[in-house]
Design a protein around this ligand. Structure first.
Ligand SMILES: *Cc1c(COP(=O)(O)O)cnc(C)c1O
Length: 407
């Protein structure tokens, strides 16, 4: 049974699993670290071998852009971690989003995006895909009824994100995938927040899971990469052939950096999650804050879905400040934090902070939600990413800056 804290039971199991991911060493050599194979040209034994190479099979080596053993190894491990069967690597998380949309949507089709999705995904769909004749509609991530009303015979793809990038709502994933299956629509989950570890997308009926490996898999704030994982061979082939045609490859050296950090991912996520939960509980008691949006706390919209479908929490969450603070005060609060960097992305060792204008990225739902009892006190939204610093130091830092600027 899960408590409000990160689930203790799952941590050793995932840690052990990731630590013992098999390394494919060359014959007669053994080490813990995977070999790095770099190539543009891949040599063929003879003309027959060249003619028989399957350009569309990653393991039938044909060209360095399509795959190398290092890239293949990472893709397979990511599929294994997320509970899927096949994985594809992309040059960024956003490229993974783009690959899915370009592979599965054609002129005249409709895409349903959750209203709280990652901002650049919204822009990709709304601007780029629109110019290719694809219509995007936004649904309330917390209303399966709302979603059901928007599905038409032209709907080809439903996009889920859990929790939402900035406002952290956790949708009812199994209810959405059940509805999609009934209506013959594919579903994709942006599973980045969980690192692919805390949520098992294919057990919940999802068809495609994407990750920004830039975050927890990299863990070092120094690699940009994305993945697309499936559990269905035919679907994988559709995605893989678009990837090949578009010429989207990754560097084997970057793959090595990610492979190197995978064994510590479960331990890191548990540590980030412990810190974020400690901070969230402390912030909840502060008068400067009107709402804490952290999946493990009951105030987070969709908290019960998190409790049912997730095995723990990670390091990212948001808070809503009281509206009495002017933007200049909020900026000063953020800028005076000593341990939280100001910048995009997350997943590394250092804590980060960011301010967001929620209404700028919303069209199907209102902000603040009308059912919040204290909606009239809602001010700025600030998102925290908890790195690996001691939670007591993070709290002291926030307290100091709050006392100085949020008066
Ligand atoms: C960061 C992020 C992405 C994009 O990843 P990049 O590698 O920065 O392109 C996509 N989805 C979510 C939820 C993210 O947090």
């Amino acid at each position: 049974m899960k408590t409000e804290q990160t689930s203790k039971e799952l941590i050793p199991r995932d840690t052990t699993r990731l630590t013992h991911l098999k390394v494919n060493n060359p014959r007669g050599f053994a080490s813990f670290s995977p070999p790095v194979f770099r190539a543009s040209t891949v040599l063929f034994r003879n003309m027959d071998a060249l003619r028989q190479a399957h350009m569309d099979e990653e393991e039938s080596w044909s060209y360095g852009l399509h795959s190398t053993p290092t890239q293949y190894e990472l893709a397979q491990k990511l599929a294994q971690i997320e509970g899927g069967k096949q994985g594809l690597l992309l040059p960024s998380g956003l490229a993974a989003i783009s690959l899915v949309q370009f592979s599965l949507l054609r002129s005249g089709d409709e895409l349903l995006l959750a209203d709280h999705v990652y901002g650049p995904n919204r822009e990709h769909a709304q601007w780029l895909m629109r110019d290719f004749g694809i219509t995007t509609r936004f649904y309330n991530p917390l209303s399966v009824n709302d979603l059901a009303q928007l599905i038409t015979p032209k709907t080809k793809l439903i996009w889920i994100e859990a929790p939402g990038s900035i406002t952290m709502e956790i949708p009812d994933i199994p209810a959405i995938t059940a509805l999609a299956k009934e209506r013959g629509v594919l579903t994709v989950l942006d599973n980045t927040w969980s690192g692919g570890l805390l949520c098992r997308p294919f057990d919940l009926g999802v068809d495609i899971a994407i990750q920004a490996l830039t975050k927890y898999q990299s863990g070092g704030s120094d690699v940009i990469m994305g993945s697309v994982v499936t559990a269905d061979k035919a679907l994988h082939q559709r995605l893989s052939s678009t990837r090949r045609t578009m010429g989207w490859g990754v560097s084997s050296d970057d793959c090595y950096l990610v492979l190197r950090n995978l064994p510590s991912m479960a331990v890191r996520i548990a540590a980030h999650g412990e810190r974020s939960t400690t901070l969230a509980k402390w912030l909840k008691r502060r008068h400067e804050i009107v709402r804490v949006l952290h999946p493990a706390l009951p105030d987070c919209p969709g908290h019960l879905h998190w409790q049912r479908d997730f095995s723990g929490v990670s390091g990212l969450f948001s808070v809503v400040l009281h509206k009495r603070y002017r933007q200049a005060q909020v900026d000063a609060f953020i800028e005076d934090l000593q341990l939280f960097g100001i910048g995009y992305s997350w997943g590394g060792s250092q804590s980060l902070v960011m301010h967001y204008d929620v209404m700028e990225t919303r069209s199907a739902t209102t902000w603040p939600p009308t059912d919040w009892p204290n909606a009239d006190t809602v001010g700025s939204l600030v998102r925290f990413y908890c790195g690996l610093e001691d939670a007591r130091d993070l709290i002291a830092d926030i307290k100091e800056s709050m006392t100085r600027h949020l008066v």
